[in-house]
Design a protein around this ligand. Structure first.
Ligand code: 13P
Length: 237
């Protein structure tokens, strides 16, 4: 069974969320985590789904206008949170130090960070994928309490693949996933789940599922279309 995490970004408006919910309500809940926009988290609380946020504040709860603190999201039953997504790094100037603070706060609050890492097209063309990805992981985790690091999920998301319909070949995904797992095991003695993200859809899920070492998927666009998402989840059971 592979884990499916839906990152709905800021695509859906309220009416669309209502119809999404109608279709998704009977989904198998064993291998699925939904990360809707935070304003809709409560809409899903009666479905018994595992829920995640798409971002969290690096500050403690308090005087931080517009932020959502770890304590707050935990208090409404959210146990997962995406951190370090490339859209946050590129559009909101999130640094690796910010990401580390967020990972640390989530772990302290017994939540599971979903740490996103991945290279740009240029870095890929310069054969830097492995170096970039492992540096990002090290930058976000070094110095944190090693006993807690097993609770992190890693999502390998090549930036050039997000929203483009273009994905790496299976051997490429396999190679980098293996490198990430080996790095985490050697450096921190951890056996983290490693997911693939970037243009995952109904069209490529059968092919992607052939990669045994990948533990699941972080899905953007396709997670906003309930029927497609359900089909993907079924294929991952
Ligand atoms: P897409 O599935 O839309 O390419 O997005 C991937 C992603 O960014 C998930 O976090």
């Amino acid at each position: 069974m592979k884990l499916v995490i839906g990152n709905q970004k800021s695509y859906l408006e309220k009416k669309e969320i209502d119809s999404f919910k109608q279709v998704i309500k009977d989904v198998n809940k064993d291998n699925f985590i939904l990360c809707p926009s935070s304003i809709y988290l409560n809409e899903f609380s009666d479905l018994g789904l595992l829920l995640g946020c798409q971002n969290v504040s690096k500050y403690d709860k308090g005087a931080t206008t517009g932020e959502l603190s770890c304590e707050q999201i935990k208090s409404i039953g959210v146990n997962f949170c995406i951190v370090g997504h490339s859209e946050r790094r590129q559009l909101f100037n999130e640094t690796i130090e910010d990401t580390k603070l967020k990972v640390s706060k989530l772990l302290e609050n017994c939540m599971t960070p979903i740490l996103c890492v991945g290279e740009t097209k240029e870095e890929r063309d310069n054969l830097k994928t492995r170096e970039i990805v492992l540096n990002e992981i090290e930058g976000a985790l070094d110095g944190l309490n090693e006993e807690l690091l097993n609770n992190i999920i890693i999502a390998y998301e090549p930036i050039w693949s997000i929203g483009t319909g273009v994905i790496p070949s299976n051997p490429e995904i396999e190679e980098i996933t293996k490198a990430i797992k080996e790095f985490l095991y050697k450096k921190y003695n951890c056996n983290n789940k490693v997911l693939y993200g970037g243009s995952v859809s109904c069209k490529n899920i059968d092919e992607l599922n052939l990669i045994d070492i990948v533990d699941g998927y972080l899905i953007g666009g396709a997670s906003t279309k309930a029927n497609e998402l359900i089909e993907i989840i079924k294929k991952c059971e």
